[in-house]
Design a protein. Sequence first.
Length: 181
Amino acid sequence: MSNEVSSLSHRVIYSGWDFQQALSAVTFLIQECEYDKKYSHIDLRRFRCFETTLIVSFARPFKVGKGREELDLSLIGFEFSTEELELKNKIIRLRDKVVSHSDEEEMEYLTYSIKPFDDHDVRMPIARFREALYLEEDEIKKLDSLLQRLNYALSIYQFKIVQLHPDEFNKRKSPTPKKSS
């Protein structure tokens, strides 16, 4: 198997899937969220679910983890503009500090207690959390464009590899079986 095909392997293929998930989340936000409208906590949380998927899926190819390296965009001929790089860095910071982890310096909440009954000393705890999106409407639109470009670059790269090495491209990857303890 050539180096090109092996470098295509898991990271490039899975990154395409990650970026497609992120693009779907962006699409849902663009279609369903009017950023100048007031929403209930329930609707805001639904939008946050889309935003969380967007942030985690977008960041995943750029994170180093067990047995995987960061996606090498030069491999697929992709470069970020300065503005896109700033947006990418913001997404990764949100993923690292807010969405995938609850770093104390990024926590935002208000707690207080109320006394619901005048004739009892019973107090009820109340916790209020930030009920808003982390990304602005213009950032979502820029992410839409960026994800379109990333998906296109990955598709073109994979197409070229398949033309050169069609047999090596045909494979099935299954989860690695877990070892018994």
